[in-house]
Ligand binder design. Structure first.
Ligand SMILES: CC(C)(COP(=O)(O)OP(=O)(O)OC[C@H]1O[C@@H](n2cnc3c(N)ncnc32)[C@H](O)[C@@H]1OP(=O)(O)O)[C@@H](O)C(=O)NCCC(=O)NCCS
Length: 176
């Protein structure tokens, strides 16, 4: 049976490699390339409003993860997204928003409702009016998943420095 638990900052730090192994499996990239993201998770551990929700199987293995925090100016991702939004849209959607950093489910458990359960739990409670995330701007599983969950496109075709892919910025009203 799959078990869903909330992790504190210390646990997220402790299980960084397991999180990146789930990321690698879900994104279909080699675990060694996913592990290069370790410093990114480390840099998130002290962020304001950090929440992490983990799913484990009967053997205690991590099978899904969702985490995020309340973003602020001066943080790389936040500033990149702010630059892409009009002042009005940034004011409505980005100021004080809960930023969803990672949401990944092992392929064998995808389409079983686990992604939805992790995200619902993650967004149930952060002291934020909205949630925001970026995802590749293609017809991926994630795109269909977010659309079904009530997320709306705020900007399309956003390119981050050092990454040739186009991203979409999605927002969700947490008080709707
Ligand atoms: C995106 C992801 C987290 C979704 O998790 P999941 O556990 O497979 O999704 P769920 O089973 O909770 O799906 C909930 C709903 O989302 C939609 N959905 C999910 N996967 C879908 C797909 N492949 N195609 C179409 N709709 C999909 C459906 O409406 C689904 O409900 P239904 O199964 O009753 O039709 C998962 O596919 C994943 O880890 N993908 C790779 C990593 C990734 O892209 N993460 C997001 C990065 S921004």
């Amino acid at each position: 049976m799959t078990r869903i638990v909330e992790w504190d900052r210390k646990e997220l730090g402790l299980y960084r490699d397991e999180v990146l192994d789930v990321y690698a499996a879900a994104m279909e990239v080699p675990p060694s390339s996913a592990r290069t993201r370790r410093p990114i998770i480390s840099s998130h551990l002290e962020r304001n409003g950090l929440r992490a929700i983990a799913a484990t199987d009967d053997d205690g293995q991590l099978v899904g993860i969702a985490y995020g925090y309340v973003g602020e100016r001066g943080q790389w991702w936040h500033d990149q997204v702010r630059r892409a939004l009009s002042a009005e849209v940034a004011n409505r959607w980005l100021d004080g928003a809960f930023e969803v950093c990672e949401l990944h489910v092992r392929p064998s458990l995808q389409r079983t409702g686990l992604g939805r359960a992790l995200l619902d739990r993650l967004l149930d409670g952060p002291p934020a009016p909205t949630a925001i995330l970026t995802t590749p701007d293609r017809e991926t599983r994630a795109r269909a998943f977010y659309r079904g969950g009530g997320w709306v496109d705020l900007v399309r075709d956003l390119v981050f420095p050092g990454d040739p892919r186009a991203f979409a910025v999605l927002g969700k009203d947490l008080h709707a």
